[in-house]
Design a protein around this ligand. Structure first.
Ligand SMILES: [Zn+2]
Length: 340
């Protein structure tokens, strides 16, 4: 399987994340990508390449131009800063009131971000654009019929990134970039099997009939991102009926996950898409430090085989998965079975 790797991922490495009054080590670490790469190398059958160019063009239709410009400028501002503290842009105040106005840099940090896990660093823009560009390249290869399945090896992840906000370690929504690109050629289904709800992807396509978004995840009553991912969110306008959320309780294991996955795949089949974008996170694994689900490594092979039964040309985009000892094996199992 061809793997398109984000050449700039290492430029973004958060020094920590802000949780309940303390800075803790960031789960979204550089080593995640290295661990996955090592597992795929060991498994064999994967070839690695980089996207031929990094371009903001692929963000059109996915992210607002003002947000893209903000992320570009904020990263440059962090790069220029001499004071080490000013090299990390963290939001502290978020929009409130009926007509929030953001004119200064501190307001913009809160305007364009929705949590305290997602700082902007000198290399953030480049790393995020590297992932989006890798996803665009993968979508072109699959859309043109050059490949049946292509894997996008990237971090930071993307599925929490909203049209105009970063959050949940995500800055640009790479899976949405792939889906938007493929949607020019035919209807697309996005299947999100990260343990967290793919809020950004849902909202980017929420009013569109040509892109189905399906997400199986931890119930937002208990798990990040808390404000969306509920079962009664089904789309709006022309997109009504083109969004399916399957929330599951904390502690979900294989026995409960299997029928939820079957339901998600039934929805994909019923939509009759021409292409699949598989937003894959390994953080539903039993060893993940933040997921809270109990899927086994063995089940990830079953997951890959089950998705293969859809028989759709597919772009697989890496999302979460935070146990460095197991994330690689989960990815390798899914991809080996997916390509058959
Ligand atoms: Zn996740």
């Amino acid at each position: 399987m061809r793997v398109i790797a984000n050449p700039k991922h290492a430029e973004h490495a958060a020094p920590g994340e802000w949780e309940s009054g303390a800075v803790i080590p960031c789960y979204e670490a550089q080593g995640r990508l290295d661990a996955i790469r090592a597992a795929l190398d060991a498994a064999g059958g994967f070839t690695f390449e980089e996207p031929p160019k990094l371009s903001e063009d692929c963000l059109t239709g996915v992210h607002h131009a003002a947000y893209v410009a903000y992320l570009r400028e904020a990263s440059a501002e962090a790069k220029r800063a001499r004071d080490p503290a000013a090299k990390q842009l963290w939001p502290t105040v978020f929009p409130y009131g009926p007509n929030p106005r953001a004119t200064g840099t501190r307001a913009l940090r809160g305007l364009y971000c929705f949590d305290t896990y997602t700082p902007i660093l000198p290399g953030t823009f480049a790393a995020a654009l590297g992932g989006a560009s890798a996803a665009a390249r993968a979508a072109d290869l699959v859309g043109e019929g050059a490949e049946r399945a292509v894997y996008v090896l990237t971090r930071p992840p993307g599925h929490h990134a909203e049209p105009d906000r970063c959050g949940g370690y995500c800055y640009f929504n790479s899976a949405a970039v792939a889906a938007e690109r493929l949607s020019k050629r035919g209807p697309v289904a996005v299947l999100d099997l990260d343990v967290h709800h793919g809020n950004g992807t849902q909202h980017i396509f929420y009013s569109r009939a040509d892109v189905l978004t399906v997400s199986v995840h931890g119930d937002p009553a208990a798990l990040y991102p808390f404000f969306s991912g509920f079962a009664d969110e089904t789309g709006t306008g022309a997109g009504l009926g083109a969004n399916l959320n399957v929330p599951l309780p904390p502690g979900t294991g294989v026995k409960e996950y299997r029928p939820a996955l079957a339901r998600a795949l039934d929805a994909v089949r019923a939509f009759k898409p021409a292409f699949l974008v598989f937003a894959f996170g390994a953080d539903a694994h039993e060893s993940d430090p933040i997921g809270g689900f109990k899927l086994s490594t063995k089940f990830y092979a079953e997951m890959g085989a089950t998705v293969r039964e859809l028989a759709l040309p597919a772009v697989v985009v890496q999302e979460g998965g935070y146990n460095l000892d197991t994330v690689g094996a989960c990815v390798a199992e899914v991809l080996k079975e997916l390509q058959g």
